[in-house]
Design a protein around this ligand. Sequence first.
Ligand code: IVH
Length: 686
Amino acid sequence: MHITLSAQPVMPSRVEDLQSLQERVEELRSQLNHHNYRYYVLDSPEIADAEYDRLMQQLREIETDHAELQSPDSPTQRVGAGPAAQFAVVQHRVPMLSLANAFSADTLRAWHERITRLLGGDIKDFAIEPKIDGLAIMLRYERGRFGVGATRGDGSQGEDITANLRTVRSVPLTLNDSPPAYLEVRGEVYLSQAAFKKINDERAAAGQPLFANPRNCAAGSVRQLDSRITAKRPLDVFIYALGEAQGWQPRTQWEILEAFGEWGFKTNPNNRRVGSIDEVMAACAEWEHRRESLDYEIDGVVVKVNDLHVQSELGAVGREPRWAIAFKFPPVQATTLLERIAVNVGRTGSLNPFAVLRPVQVGGVTISQATLHNEDDIRRKDIRVGDTVLVHRAGEVIPQVIGPILSKRPPDTRPYELPTTCPVCGSPVVRPEGEAMSRCTGGFARCIAQRFELLKHFVGRGSMDIETVGEKLAWSLIEKGLVYDPSDLYPLTKEQLIALERMGDKSAQNVLDNIEASKHRSLTRVLYALGIRYVGYQTAELLARAFGSMDQLRQATYEQIVAVEGIGPKIAESVHAWFREPDNLRVVDKLVAAGVNMSEESATRGGPLAGLTVVVTGRLEHQTRTQIEQRIKDLGGIVGDSVSKKTSYLIAGEDAGSKLAKAQKLGTPILDEAGFEALLEEKSHA
Ligand code: IVH
């Protein structure tokens, strides 16, 4: 390349320097573009971040010292330029179309029947693409270089957001291979759920209004007049349609998507090709269930006739092509009135605020309540009683209040404050230092809500599984004073139960039988059912296996508890303290007296590997990892996932890696398969 320098006479050596610098710059740019592509498009980086940063720094230094070597498509320019006064207008050479919607499976089928009729033959080749809920954009490349990027606008003309799109890492600044000399592609700019959440959290902390959803956030980010702001938002892009390509005649949508990938564009890895309308319907139904598994929001599935020749025969009606349709999912968000903020008191006394809403349809069901997390969250989002709020419900998750619609706020609202006394027992509420939740100080003795919640937990599924004691009965038992703590279930009599409203002889007997049966639950379940803080089911299992009986655990020192593989200091502390509390010990004693099982009854306890933690690594010859791990458990041992000081043995197969090294370092006994069998032999005869 020839470079013209300023007025000064040019020394030959300086020209040479510049030429080699120019080469170096091009080399650095192409390396950086390649690594950027590996990282942001393929999601499979080849070098460490620090190495990338070092290359970028080198390029930046050269460009700073030599303004003449700067270029708008240099990777250094992804940080954004200064503010613009307004966006220029971009004419779309080929109009950017929109899509007709199908809100039901019937409409989708009707679409297929219509196009089949129009065409006079069955269509059996479709591209299926998740419909990204973002902002439609166009990217123009000339001789493989990114030139102009624009919003869809009204389809005929959009806004020139080139400077902003340059900051989006998955938008290639230069293309690979040999793309058409003139190329226009269309796609969607979007933000991941995680990025959206982070941005909103930061805005809430700064007292700024929140974005309602990732789409608004992406749209707001990409339409910033100052591209340095855009650069700070981790926007992403999926490319899904061709606008124009000089000298290239693809035959199918699929071929287009494949070419996009080769040129370096990011296409959605979830795009599929299917061969019949039944498969189309199945794919749409599948995505409706799977949408939650994606890290970005989709609001439907786009179905496109794959064959471009068939596409052009079908044509368009107005702005909507006949050859494609958007199968739309029911909306997961809605706005409604926040009538009241109520507070539920949890098992450990935590005050959990929740929203009482004017009933509204979201995601296909009517909701009238939604969680509000905690006091800080309500404050940060400034959610007030009387507000119109945006609620979100997706899949099986509990509905959430996203935030208030400030423009609809009535004049007389006040910031929310959590009650200072427990709404159930009236005891003062405290918020321990560093904790997010406020707690009722009434404790078990004074707060009926805590007794009720513990009883519910005790009879629950993974716990003692006393299913005939439902919420209503649990509440009556607590309220009438028949049950104070869960151990009081066991001495209950039929007369006491029948005396409760709506309880006949037969149902009373069912309840008693159920309670009786629960005496034989495993120690794991009993431990879990007690509701000790931080003791979830898996922790209960570890404790039950390690100590074998309630008595052993009760007498265990903190050191003995923390020595168990998988039990950290926080849990150990909580368990140890629980067994030092006289009220808790009384409950345990009453359970023992009632005849509730207090030892790990399964044969594995006391097995030859009891008390041992074994880690397995590498490829085994005679059995699979899963098989050997199951055997270890069956023989009473604990299977660990990593080697630590608590590991008793490491069984190492072929190609064992870091775990073997760690065991060697710690001096952990290392066995091969034969060694393991010998150990079993020895332990079984011990
Ligand atoms: S194709 C004629 N494909 O949905 C082709 N659109 O409601 C028009 N969208 O404006 C677009 N994912 O913003 C197409 N895989 C996809 C899409 C997609 C999301 C958006 C796009 C478009 C809107 C139409």
